[in-house]
Write a protein that binds this ligand. Structure first.
Ligand SMILES: Nc1ncnc2c1ncn2[C@@H]1O[C@H](COP(=O)(O)OP(=O)(O)O)[C@@H](O)[C@H]1O
Ligand SMILES: O=P(O)(O)O[C@H]1O[C@H](CO)[C@@H](O[C@H]2O[C@H](CO)[C@@H](O)[C@H](O)[C@H]2O)[C@H](O)[C@H]1O
Length: 547
């Protein structure tokens, strides 16, 4: 139990602070947003502590905590903390255990010493703080810590949303890379958990698309910035339009797959062992060929939405590729040097990921352990596939992209799609997430996502175990046709655009490289964050190596 005189002395007095730092060093590593779960931590240091609200009685403290590791660069996280006592503390311990950080005993002296026991919590679950945060943005509030200043900056969209419509903030979910507070039905605030000095790609791309009046993203409502004197400003959070939706496209795909499973199981031929032929050829050949009646039967109504998703993806890329005076956007040609560096980066990621698979072989979940053992033997084969990217000059264009494009980043409004989360892949350093790349990298991310949706639908337990062998070949066909229809929608809408390679073999080469690269990234991501999902990219990789 932590013991101090007040929360202020806990975060400021050297002894209190050191005890809190020891607690945080362990606590942070258990959070979904903590990036380097596989690295040995050496210590945590509170770099700054900013009182939120009236400095003499703050609602919460915003901590900047640097975590150091046995080797490699440190990481800094943002953590709003508050003290809960009595009924409130007990309620949180029972119903929101994820928000609890530590038990605290305060020895408060007001003439006599009073002992108050309570709980240190992640303050985002406190409705008073969530409501105050949006109020701070509306007011353009500023707060100071020992090192830096916190600034809340409103944008016009928020000024036009009446206060009554945003009265009650609620924390969306604890299981995200970042934390989201939703206010009524119209506004949300996202707090980025990892602080990296430099420009935040999500805010930057969102602001660019907002300025271009691009319709398929939420409007930007404001920002939360932090600045240490003499250093670059860091965006810690942003306010955005909340888009009412029927869920994300991953959920939509799962619903479609459920219906699809019913159709397959109702089919006599399928039940007696008939398997569908898989489409042949390269990515572009499959997409450019006519969609056969079988694919229409398999996909049902999804043909329409997959095609539209492809079209909307191309429109997003066309906006990101637009002529602009902003030198961090716009187009750049491919060069052999760039192609070589793509190979080097993929080679390094492959080696690091496969090393981690080997190191953790004993602790892998049952379904993944055997697959992992087999796949690590094929490292050279994967590496050779990556090497193809440098074998000849590719005639392609690089632009700023979404960066971590998958079905979960697409909201389905009922008849259309909205794109969110332009942060890039959270496992990569900030600077590399801002590079210009071929937009086919986003397309490759989406292609991988069809495989994820199909694999998780099969593993969801909805299908009876004895039906899984019947469903498997049909599910593979669903994935192949979903890919082809999505890509057809993309290629048609992007035809003639400068961001699309002029020649299909170049498109195929880039897609092949990036689908493989995403799959290796996913292995690393699942290993660190969701080992129960690890079998999905491992199987995906095995299939790619067969194909
Ligand atoms: N502007 C928005 N409108 C409606 N829902 C949203 C919006 N932004 C995010 N969400 C919801 O929050 C979830 C997590 O958002 P996301 O930006 O992907 O967070 P993270 O950065 O933590 O990955 C999304 O899957 C979606 O359900
Ligand atoms: O959504 P984030 O920005 O946090 O992205 C990370 O987490 C994703 C999972 O939440 C992960 O996506 C992988 O799982 C998805 C299903 O949950 C699937 O749709 C994606 O295709 C698959 O890559 C993403 O890779 C990671 O960066």
């Amino acid at each position: 139990m932590l013991a101090e005189q007040s929360i202020e002395s806990l975060v400021k007095r050297p002894e209190g602070r050191r005890a809190l730092e020891r607690v945080l060093c362990n606590d942070l590593a258990t959070r979904r947003y903590f990036r380097s779960k596989g690295r040995a931590r050496s210590s945590a240091t509170i770099l700054d502590a900013i009182p939120l609200g009236d400095p003499s009685a703050p609602l919460a403290w915003l901590l900047f905590v640097r975590v150091d590791f046995a080797s490699g660069p440190p990481e800094t996280y943002v953590l709003p903390i508050a003290f809960a006592t009595g009924e409130r503390a007990r309620e949180l311990e029972a119903n929101a255990a994820h928000a609890v950080i530590a038990a605290v005993r305060l020895h408060v002296s007001n003439g006599h010493t009073e002992v108050i026991e309570g709980t240190l919590i992640d303050a985002l679950v406190d409705p008073d703080l969530s409501n105050a945060l949006l109020r701070f943005v509306r007011q353009g509030a500023k707060f100071s810590g020992a090192r830096g200043e916190l600034r809340f900056v409103p944008h016009p969209f928020l000024q036009n949303v009446p206060e009554e419509a945003t009265e009650h903030g609620r924390l969306l979910s604890a299981e995200q890379s970042n934390s989201i507070l939703v206010y009524g039905e119209s506004v949300m605030l996202k707090l980025f958990r990892q602080v990296e000095e430099g420009i935040n790609p999500e805010f930057e791309v969102q602001a660019f698309l907002d300025a271009q009046r691009y319709p398929s993203v939420p409007r930007l409502g404001g920002a939360i910035e932090y600045q240490v004197t003499g250093r670059d400003r860091t965006v810690l959070g942003m306010v955005q339009q909340w888009m009412p939706s029927r869920g994300n496209a991953f959920q939509l795909a799962l619903e479609s797959l459920d219906l699809f499973f019913d159709r397959v199981l109702a089919d006599e031929a399928a039940r007696s062992g008939a398997v569908p032929p898989l489409p042949r050829g390269t990515f572009t050949e499959r997409a450019r060929g006519a969609t056969p009646p079988l694919a229409h039967d398999l996909l049902g109504a999804q043909v329409v939405w997959l095609n539209k998703l492809g079209q909307r993806t191309a429109e997003l890329h066309a906006t990101l590729a637009a002529d602009t005076t902003d030198t961090t956007f716009g187009r750049e040609p491919y060069s052999t040097l760039h192609q070589q560096s793509l190979y080097q980066a993929a080679h390094t990621m492959l080696a690091r990921t496969f090393d981690a698979l080997r190191r953790r072989a004993r602790s892998l979940p049952e379904g993944a352990a055997e697959l992992a053992r087999e796949i690590v033997r094929r490292e050279d084969e994967v590496d050779r596939r990556f090497k193809a990217i440098g074998a000849r000059k590719v005639d392609a264009t690089r632009i700023r992209c979404h960066g971590d494009f998958h079905l979960g980043q697409v909201l389905f409004t009922g008849d259309d799609f909205v794109f969110i989360d332009f942060e890039g892949e959270p496992m990569r350093p900030l600077a590399t997430r801002r590079y210009r790349r071929t937009p086919l990298r986003d397309v490759a991310g989406m292609i991988r996502s069809f495989d994820y949706a199909a694999a998780s639908a099969l593993a969801s337990g909805r299908a009876r175990p004895e039906d899984v062998p019947v469903l498997e070949p049909w599910t593979n066909a669903w994935v192949a046709w979903a890919e082809a229809v999505y890509l057809a929608g993309y290629l048609n809408a992007a035809a003639g655009s400068e961001f699309l390679p002029k020649h299909d073999p170049d498109t195929d080469l880039l897609l092949d490289f990036y689908v493989l690269e995403k799959c290796i990234y996913e292995i690393g991501y699942e290993l660190d964050n969701r080992p129960d999902w690890l079998a999905i990219p491992l199987r995906g990789l095995a299939r790619m190596l067969e194909g």
